[in-house]
Design a protein around this ligand. Structure first.
Ligand code: NAP
Length: 287
């Protein structure tokens, strides 16, 4: 039986992924750790704890994911998103485990204008993107059997995300301003968890892009959220990223080409609009 360690297990993706791996037919032993169990900034402790557990696979989701926060706290961003990965990789190396690292579309500069391939050169615009890109490099350089999964625009049942933010704002305001000049593919964490499970159990290695199909702007995504959740009285105004004035620059176009995933596993994630419908139904039942 495979022992799988998930670090960052109490985050948005972590909760869904642990559930998915536990319910999978592969009967793995799944252990979830989060900040109260391990702080990946601490080298010796991280290394020793992982080596003592002797997992076959270590999935590192732990990250400083506040993109604007990273811009203001660069040292913290690199300590967790880059050096933290190095510590996890050292632990994996010591016990011969595979390492799986979750990365992001924000490692690209968004200038390509067509979906990014795994072999395209990263050129991150933000501290978050640079720290995650360094994390990728550590995982790849240090552990031969590494799997890097790049994804984007995540939302899920647990934790704050764009969908919860739009639904909250729609309760308070009649007019919402949403950026119209960033294009990507919103990705449901349950669908991503299923894809991660498939990749792990097919022994995939290297870099894979995984996201729900089809693309849109945040503005179009926001409109769909309001429409599908019946908030018809709320008006949406498209604005530019410049007008929003966030500290961290984002890529204008960061759609990920997911053909490699399809070629190697036969799997394509459904269109984002279908996944969103499912999510909103589940959310209505939960809250
Ligand atoms: N969200 C997205 O849109 C997106 C897009 C692309 C890629 N990703 C990547 O996907 C992964 C999961 O994202 P997510 O949205 O599920 O993130 P999340 O909800 O922020 O979860 C990350 C988890 O890691 C924990 N953590 C933070 N610092 C840690 C440390 N030093 N040691 C151990 N644990 C620590 C966090 O604990 P606290 O909450 O207590 O800090 C949190 O439970 C991340 O690697 C992220 O970079 C996310």
């Amino acid at each position: 039986m495979k022992r799988i360690l998930v670090i960052g297990a109490k985050g948005m993706l972590g909760r869904d992924l642990v559930e998915m791996l536990q319910s999978s037919s592969h009967h793995s032993e799944v252990i979830g750790w989060d900040l109260e169990d391990i702080d990946i900034r601490e080298e010796e402790n991280t290394l020793t704890k992982i080596a003592n557990l002797r997992p076959h696979i270590v999935i590192n989701l732990a990250a400083y994911t506040d993109v604007d926060g990273c811009e203001l706290h660069e040292e913290k961003a690199f300590a967790i998103n880059a050096e933290g990965v190095r510590h996890v990789a050292l632990g994996a190396l010591r016990c011969g485990a595979k390492i799986v690292y979750l990365s992001t579309d924000y490692i690209f500069d968004g200038k390509k204008k067509e979906p990014y391939l795994e072999i395209d050169s990263p050129n991150p615009l933000s501290v978050y993107g640079r720290s995650k890109w360094r994390g990728e490099q550590y995982a790849q350089e240090m552990v031969e059997d590494s799997l890097i999964i790049r994804t984007q625009w995540l939302y899920g049942k647990y934790g704050n995300n764009f969908v919860t933010s739009i639904l909250r704002q729609a309760k308070e305001k009649k007019v919402l301003s949403i950026v119209n000049d960033q294009i990507g593919s919103p990705t449901y964490s349950v669908d991503l968890s299923r894809a991660i499970s498939v990749l792990i159990h097919s022994d995939a290695r290297g870099i894979f892009h995984v996201a729900n199909s089809d693309l849109c702007s945040w503005y179009t995504f926001g409109q769909a959220i309001l429409k599908l959740s019946g908030r018809v009285g709320v008006r949406v105004i498209p604005i530019s990223s410049k007008e929003l004035g966030r500290p961290a620059p984002r890529p204008a176009y960061s759609v990920l080409n997911t053909q490699k995933m399809k070629r190697e596993t036969g799997m394509t994630l459904r269109p984002w609009s279908e996944a969103l419908k499912d999510y909103l139904l589940i959310r209505d039942r939960l809250f």
